[in-house]
Design a protein around this ligand. Structure first.
Ligand code: COA
Ligand code: AMP
Length: 629
């Protein structure tokens, strides 16, 4: 099937198209109603279907004769550990851990928060929650206690699952004290916490609340799969918005399973038995979709890698793993390849490994800059596919659909809309713009299966954040354009979200923290270009009248505050004092202008600006601190 024919069918008759794709799954009750609307008027897929996502990810494969095939390979250069789980072993572990959770009262619809490093038990916990028809909320390990507390209060989990520590390059990070602190801060208290003790750190357990993973597993009775409705939530995943409060993106069971299974073949060209490696983290959407659910729904072998692209132990780490496990498709963020390129520019370490099984390299999470694209292509000799998506979509919106047809790539473009996504470029008035014109990237409704139907507990935020700007469309928050051939070019966010090392962060949230410092009158946090991490946040700080202090000291205090509240992952390392911030006459900070200055772009001075001289001043300060892109 050619891409164009498949795409046209998906847009012309979405119900027929997705009804056919849904038939590839082993539903408990096959859906008759393919596309309908929920009480909020939102398009919903497969509403009368019943299934269990963990059943589709594990049990089905055992029943169909794949029980002895490797389902999950764990490779941890930071601990020197390697383990493998067959589909049968993984199913049994998941059923047993589901039994542990059930004993703690977890039932269909209950939330379970998972705060774990990249270890197989994180995947086991996620699938065990899904097996019970409950809802998981995984929190990335790089977030600090206050961020964790916000998520605990929003999701109100019945149980929290954690490990005694995570391991970063050359440092061990105890997780349990962070969880304990978060629980002190949070209003909500879970009924129990299950703690996996790792050999590197022994966590202190609170009697009456905390359970030891191993002990609980030893006595647990395996639990069966609980059927759920297709529209029941499978998970909540928090992502950064423009304010300090993260958004709980909700994913349903049915649409998600159909979309991910389809994507494994159509986008990634993966067949049952192939080895797929998403070098991400289960705390991010890439980890949810392509470390856990996608590969397992497709009967592939997935890899859980506890390490970095570099320094674990060297820049050959990715190539070693690909060769050792005969990986067919590798998926990682461009920043990882920039890190490898920096340490091994000629790709000398790559030549030490047999990469004959590796067919394609996929990148997402941030824009794939052409130099990184060309370098990766040259050193590997492989097709390199940039694809664009978001936590909200759960799977790629634009990609090179390698399983349908490998289209000619264009560096700088994430290729074409994936079947199911009606991608349009809109002007400020909501008009669809012609090829070549830059505007807002929007998706004409209905969204395909797998995309979010709401924000957890806050439909209003979903409506106002995504659907209100352009009625009939989902507004993505990214800007870009299409060329004459229909290729899509993503040019970056149009709001206050930045992307640091493939991690999505809110500058608004950082501003709230910086502005709370007693010496700070006002501030703006902007993302400036960074050679390795794509962007890095920089705070522009206006002091209160009469305050005199050492700038370096203030910077250190602000850096420490952001790290304490958001976590190390924020990478907030620079703050500069400015005399004024460019504002409109009505007092709104001109953030877009600041971004343009920081990126070294040409800009025009808006007529509404209050104090044009502020621009030159900021330009000079950023240049002095070498912060202009
Ligand atoms: N738990 C605890 N801390 C974590 C963490 C985790 N899971 N992940 C990151 N951190 C910490 C790091 O230790 C670092 O702390 P430091 O400031 O004390 O050094 C900080 O958060 C920033 O981490 P990171 O941005 O990852 O920087 P790095 O220097 O450790 O690594 C790269 C740089 C480029 C190698 C790394 O960012 C990378 O591999 N990025 C790919 C990201 C990715 O896969 N994104 C998912 C989208 S596909
Ligand atoms: P996240 O929700 O963390 O996956 O981040 C989504 C955001 O990352 C998008 O809105 C984009 O701004 C950016 N992004 C992800 N993939 C790409 C890509 N391939 N090209 C450009 N930007 C991307």
């Amino acid at each position: 099937m050619s891409y164009r024919a498949e795409y046209a069918r998906s847009i012309d008759n979405p119900s027929a198209f997705w009804g056919e794709k849904a038939a590839a799954l082993n539903w408990f009750k096959a859906p008759q109603q393919i596309l309908g609307k929920d009480a909020n008027g939102v398009d919903r897929w497969f509403a009368d279907g019943e299934l269990n996502t963990a059943y589709l990810a594990l049990d089905v494969h055992v029943e169909q004769g794949r029980g002895d095939q490797a389902a999950l390979i764990f490779d941890s250069p930071v601990t020197g550990t390697k383990r493998q789980f067959s589909y049968r072993e993984l199913r049994d572990q998941v059923a047993r851990f589901a039994g542990v959770l059930r004993t703690q009262g977890v039932a269909r619809g209950d939330r379970v928060l998972i705060y774990m490093p990249m270890i197989p038990e994180a995947v086991i916990a996620m699938l065990a929650v899904a097996r019970l028809g409950a809802v998981h909320s995984v929190v990335f390990g790089g977030f600090a206690a206050p961020e964790l507390a916000v998520r605990i209060d929003d999701a109100s989990p019945k149980v929290i699952v954690t490990a005694s520590c995570g391991i970063e390059i050359s440092k061990v990070i105890p997780y349990k004290p962070l969880l304990d602190e978060a629980l002190v801060r949070a209003q909500h208290s879970p009924a129990a916490c299950v703690v996996l003790q790792r050999p590197e750190v022994a966590a202190e357990l609170q009697s009456g609340r905390d359970l030891d993973w191993q002990q609980a597993m030893a006595t647990a009775t395996p639990a069966d799969c609980v059927p759920v409705r297709a529209t029941d939530p499978l998970y909540i995943l928090y992502t950064s918005g423009t304010t300090g409060k993260p958004k709980g993106v909700v994913r349903d069971n049915g649409g998600h399973a159909v979309a991910l299974k389809y994507s494994m073949q159509a986008i990634y060209n993966m067949n049952p038995g192939d080895v797929f490696w998403a070098a991400s983290d289960v705390g991010w959407v890439v980890g949810h979709s392509y470390i856990v659910y996608g590969p397992l729904l497709a009967g592939c072998t997935t890899l859980v890698y506890e390490g970095k692209p570099v320094r674990t132990p060297d820049a050959g780490a990715f190539w070693r793993v690909c060769a050792e496990y005969r990986v067919k498709a590798l998926f990682a963020a461009p920043t990882a390849f920039r890190a490898i390129k920096k340490e091994d520019p000629e790709g000398a370490l790559l030549k030490q490994h047999d990469l004959s099984t590796l067919q394609t390299i996929f990148m997402a999470g941030e824009r794939l800059d052409p130099p990184t694209y060309h370098w990766t292509r040259e050193v590997t000799g492989l097709p390199v596919v940039d694809h664009w998506w978001q936590t909200e979509s759960g799977w790629a919106i634009c990609a090179n659909p390698t399983g349908l047809e490998m289209l000619a790539p264009k560096p700088g473009s994430s290729t074409v809309p994936v079947p199911g996504y009606n991608v349009q470029i809109l002007g400020p008035e909501g008009d669809e713009l012609p090829a070549g014109e830059q505007g807002i990237l929007a998706l004409k409704l209905p969204l395909p299966p797998g995309c979010l139907p709401t924000i957890w507990g806050d439909f209003e935020r979903f409506q106002s954040g995504y659907l209100s700007d352009y009625p009939g469309y989902y507004s993505s928050g990214d800007g870009g354009y299409k060329d004459e051939d229909g290729y899509v070019f993503i040019m970056g966010r149009t709001d206050d979200v930045i992307n640091v090392a493939g991690h999505r962060l809110s500058t608004g949230e950082m501003e709230e923290i910086v502005a709370a410092h007693p010496a700070v009158a006002e501030c703006a946090v902007i993302g400036v270009q960074d050679e390795l991490k794509g962007q890095q946040p920089v705070g522009l700080v206006l002091l209160k009248d009469g305050v005199e202090l050492d700038e370096a000291e203030l910077e250190a205090e602000l850096v420490a505050r952001v790290r304490e509240v958001i976590g190390a992952v924020a990478c907030f390392k620079r703050a500069v004092v400015v005399q004024r911030l460019p504002k409109t006459r009505s007092g709104k900070i001109l953030r877009k202008l600041l971004r343009q200055i920081a990126d070294g772009q040409d800009y025009s001075v808006p007529s509404t600006i209050d104090d044009p001289a502020s621009l030159a001043e900021i330009e000079a300060i950023l240049a002095r601190r070498a912060l202009v892109g």
